[in-house]
Write a protein that binds this ligand. Structure first.
Ligand SMILES: O=c1ccn([C@H]2C[C@H](O)[C@@H](COP(=O)(O)OP(=O)(O)OP(=O)(O)O)O2)c(=O)[nH]1
Ligand SMILES: [Mg+2]
Length: 150
């Protein structure tokens, strides 16, 4: 049984295909480009595209991530201007998609194209216990390859 969250469909064109997972095992819900007419994104350009939906996760133990679609990212260089979008649980506005053409050719986005995906994830909000020193760990401050290459 799925948990349910409140969603508003802001673009009437989406009412025919309301948000839902494409397959039983899908982690992501495809987001569509709610634009009025085709939009060509020049190489290097970034455009903010409305998704036509708003969600209210309400629970601070949830967040949503906006992620690229692998086909668009790999084949066409269409990724996100913010690399990953983070939707706060108290955000009630329209989900916006920052689309970045990191490729070398113009890309035309058509109305209602699926251009990104939304993944709902659990989140832990924690308290912050201010200390002078940490209790020592085996790693300490080692990072960035400190454990070797292979
Ligand atoms: O790809 C995205 C990323 C964010 N948002 C919305 C939801 C999120 O809750 C809000 C704020 O995002 P974030 O905290 O990442 O941006 P900010 O630059 O820190 O803005 P703010 O000062 O409003 O928190 O913007 C989107 O619609 N799409
Ligand atoms: Mg913020």
């Amino acid at each position: 049984m799925h948990r349910c969250i409140d969603v508003r469909i802001l673009d009437p064109r989406l009412k025919a295909s309301p948000p839902g997972y494409a397959t039983a095992g899908s982690a992501g819900l495809d987001l569509r480009a709610c634009i009025a007419e085709p939009l060509t994104i020049a190489p290097g350009d970034t455009q903010l595209i409305p998704s036509g939906i708003a969600v209210h996760l309400a629970d601070p133990g949830l967040a949503a991530l906006v992620l690229p679609r692998s086909g668009l990212g790999h084949k066409h260089g269409i990724v996100l201007g913010n690399l990953v979008g983070l939707i706060d649980s108290d955000y009630q506005g329209e989900i916006m998609i920052s689309v970045w053409n990191r490729g070398q050719t113009p890309f035309t986005l058509n109305p209602l194209d699926r251009l990104a995906q939304l993944v709902i994830v659990p989140v832990l909000q924690v308290g912050f216990n201010i200390v002078e020193e940490f209790e020592a760990s085996a790693r300490g401050a080692g990072g960035f390859g400190s454990t070797g290459k292979i």
